[in-house]
Design a protein. Structure first.
Length: 411
């Protein structure tokens, strides 16, 4: 097995971030030179924030910059209008221009958290592929680039093959996606000098299409993917909560983001410390040895460090303080999600209002399971009324299970 020499590849290999590379030895030699290597990661604006599923690739690009290279964050203003068929059983619904622009702004906000931007040789920049697609003429595009793509090979792509094998519809629009992404790679090489594209494991086929197109045009390009991350139960990481774990504060409060990491499975702590923190490996290896109740200390460190990278140190400290006040000191932390109490509110309505339960039926099920508390008193009656007299210093603590909490404020 080839032993990597460059700082960047050493770090991501050691931390479990390296999945596939198109030419590992060639890439390693380029990364070992004195000149910064330019690489990019693309994200389509399918929502107004990135989520934890994007975090592994973002972390790779983050380390790429920290080891002296230049990252480019590409927002798919053009490809987002097509929709990547990877991992999907149907075509994405078309967005209005208003929603699309809102998503573009949200994705940019997500990406800005992880890199240092500027005009220097290793400073990150954000680009939009709509800038080079908007004026393309279809016939010119086909005659210049279409001849380099084999339909036979495109049909073998996993994203395409799965849809066809299941006899699920695949539009010609989606079928074009890998061509568009390959053209992205060529353009971002021509305009910015990028020679490396990052992505998740499910993007391998699309990325190597760009590597192949570059080779046909006389460019040496490289592909690098991060692994598909699953938890100890084999579930795709971040999906077990039933809701996306968003990276932007306006989609998910920092305290909830902190609690996601604080509540991960004990078996996953070591792996997540390696991937999602910047702690030295020697320190991580010590934390990995903790057993029993002591593993909670490692989980607190994971939650703090992961929150610090995404939300900043101030938010990490505040979230940690709220968690300590709420769970260890039995108080009501200041960062808990807060909602206004209307007089004589029913417990069912309160659980739905505070997002502790997804629906009224879910709330009734949780009450029947003896999982709901008001001010640490178990509630067994789904007709229970939350009156203002229950407030302590104007606040009522509502709990669903041991870890999910919200505050009702009496005005």
């Amino acid at each position: 097995m080839y032993k990597v020499k460059s700082d960047f590849l050493n770090i991501i290999q050691e931390r479990g971030l390296l999945n596939q590379a198109s030419d590992l030895e060639g890439l390693d030699k380029k990364l070992s030179s004195k000149e910064p290597v330019i690489g990019y990661l693309g994200c389509d604006p399918t929502a107004d924030s990135l989520h934890i599923g994007n975090l592994v690739s973002l972390t790779m690009l983050h380390w790429f910059q920290k080891t002296g290279n230049k990252p480019i964050a590409l927002i798919g203003g053009a490809t987002g209008r097509i929709g990547d068929p990877s991992g999907r059983s149907s075509e994405r619904p078309m967005m209005t221009e208003e929603v699309f622009n809102k998503n573009l702004a949200g994705i940019k906000k997500s990406m800005e958290k992880f890199f240092s931007f500027g005009t220097g040789a290793t400073d990150a920049i954000i680009v939009n592929n709509y800038d080079w697609f908007k004026d393309i003429k279809y016939i010119d595009f086909l005659t210049e680039y279409g001849r380099y793509f084999s339909v036979n090979e495109m049909l073998k792509r996993e994203s395409v093959k799965l849809r066809l094998d299941r006899e699920q519809p695949l539009s010609f629009l989606e079928f074009n996606y890998s061509i568009f992404q390959a053209y992205d790679f060529v353009q971002i090489h021509k305009q910015y000098g990028a020679v490396l594209q990052f992505g998740g494991a499910d993007q391998w086929g699309n990325i190597v299409s760009g590597v192949d197109l570059g080779r046909r045009l006389g460019f040496e390009l490289f592909a690098l993917t991060a692994p598909l991350l699953t938890d100890a139960n084999g579930v795709k990481f971040g999906k077990s909560m039933g809701n996306a774990v968003w990276l932007n504060e306006d989609k998910l409060p920092s305290y909830d983001y902190y609690q996601f990491w604080r509540n991960v499975d004990d078996r996953d702590v070591g792996k997540l410390l390696r991937i999602f923190t910047e702690l030295p490996m020697a320190e991580i290896e010590k934390l990995e040895q903790l057993q029993g109740a002591e593993i909670n200390e490692a989980k607190k460190i994971l939650a703090f460090e992961a929150t610090k990278i995404c939300r900043g140190e101030t938010e990490a400290i505040s979230s940690q303080k709220t968690a300590t006040e709420t769970f260890e000191n039995k108080g009501i932390g200041s960062d808990l999600p807060t909602f206004e109490l209307t007089e004589n509110m029913n417990i069912i309505d309160a659980l739905v209002l505070t997002n502790l339960c997804k629906s009224k039926s879910d709330a009734r099920r949780m009450i029947q399971s003896n999982a709901i508390s008001v001010n640490d008193t178990k509630i067994t009656d789904d007709k229970f009324i939350i009156a203002s007299q229950l407030a302590n210093n104007g606040k009522i603590l509502l709990s669903s299970g041991k870890k999910n909490k919200a505050v009702l404020v009496v005005r």
